[in-house]
Design a protein around this ligand. Structure first.
Ligand code: F6P
Length: 320
């Protein structure tokens, strides 16, 4: 019987997910496998929403943000009962392998299915870039470039009006987007959920800048620390600054993927199919030392990818 592969996208969408889907579908068909796409992540497994995918089904999506299969966060699937139901459904439609494109929560779901006997492979896809086991997740580069473009425009007006601009970026639990955006735009200060924020550090930095003749400044704050509005209020309460506030929000998750994300997604999708072809319960496709490799779920710890503290120091050093 021909191999039948199911593929789904899960969790928050990320630019490049469509490129990964295209790669998975075409690499699998190249091997003469049958492919089905599951709609709306693990929710689609429980609601039995699927369709066959062919080469042409994934035409014209390489450059599109979002995910053509749609996505969801599904609490019912986190239960043993939900997982049993999903496995029974996949068995009924003849699926013998599953590729999941998503973040940590999605990998946990894929891993649970692998432990229950269905071979699964996870392709890391989230703008947060905080997954355990991999140095890179698809979508991060695009999200940072989107944020950077916006901040560069905000800088023009902050400079002209000699103002402090606060820009709130995404990252409920992770400061990677904030950190990389801050480094790329030359921000004066960055707040990330991983590090405790002290208002004194911020006011001291702004004082030093002012003393040095700098009349404008950019502060990047990850949403997980506090909102841009709260930060502005707290700063205004102890200084004479009246910062402008911009919340970038979901524009960071949408939009066309960068060249790096499309290429990485294409390579990861292809390797995911190769690994799915081999016997073995489950793997994460990971970026390690700039190489794309497969890592067994069992070898991945719980520790999320840490912040680059050197970059954090560099932002402070170079923005004086
Ligand atoms: O996709 C990642 C992310 O954008 C996080 O930065 C954020 O914490 C979360 O998703 C918010 O997603 P939602 O509003 O869809 O719950």
């Amino acid at each position: 019987m021909a191999t039948k592969l199911a593929v789904l996208t899960s969790g928050g969408d990320a630019p490049g997910m469509n490129a990964a889907l295209r790669s998975v579908v075409r690499a699998a068909i190249y091997r003469d496998w049958n492919v089905v796409g599951i709609a709306r992540g693990f929710a689609g497994l429980l609601e039995e929403e699927f369709r066959p995918l062919f080469r042409r089904s994934v035409g014209g999506i390489i450059h599109r943000g979002g995910t053509m299969l749609r996505t969801a966060r599904c609490e019912a699937f986190a239960t043993v009962e939900g997982q049993r139901q999903a496995l029974a459904f996949l068995e009924r439609i003849g699926v013998d392998r599953l590729i999941v494109i998503g973040g940590d929560g999605s990998m946990a779901g894929a891993r649970a299915l692998a432990e229950a006997g269905l071979p699964t492979v996870t392709i890391p896809g989230t703008i947060d870039n905080d997954m355990a086991g991999t140095d890179y997740t698809i979508g991060f580069d695009s999200a940072v470039n989107t944020a950077l473009q916006a901040v560069n425009m905000i800088r023009d007006t902050a400079y002209s009006h000699e103002r402090i601009a606060i820009v709130e970026v995404m990252g409920r639990h992770s400061g990677h987007i904030a950190l990389s955006t801050a480094a790329a735009c030359g921000a004066e200060f960055v707040l990330v959920p991983e590090l405790t924020f002290h208002m004194d550090d911020l006011t001291a930095k702004l004082r030093r800048c002012r003393y040095d003749g700098k009349k404008h400044g950019i502060i990047i704050v990850a949403e997980g620390v506090m909102s841009g509005y709260e930060l502005a209020e707290r700063l205004h309460a102890v200084t004479d600054y009246e910062p402008s506030i911009t919340v970038l929000g979901y524009i960071q998750r949408g939009g066309a993927p960068s060249a790096y994300d499309v290429t990485t997604a294409s390579r990861m999708g292809d390797l995911a199919v190769d690994i799915a072809a081999e016997p073995g319960a489950g793997h994460l496709i990971a970026m390690r030392d700039n190489r794309i490799v497969a890592v067994p779920y069992a070898d991945i710890g719980d520790t999320k990818r840490g912040l680059d503290m050197q970059l954090y120091q560099l932002i402070d050093e170079l923005s004086m």
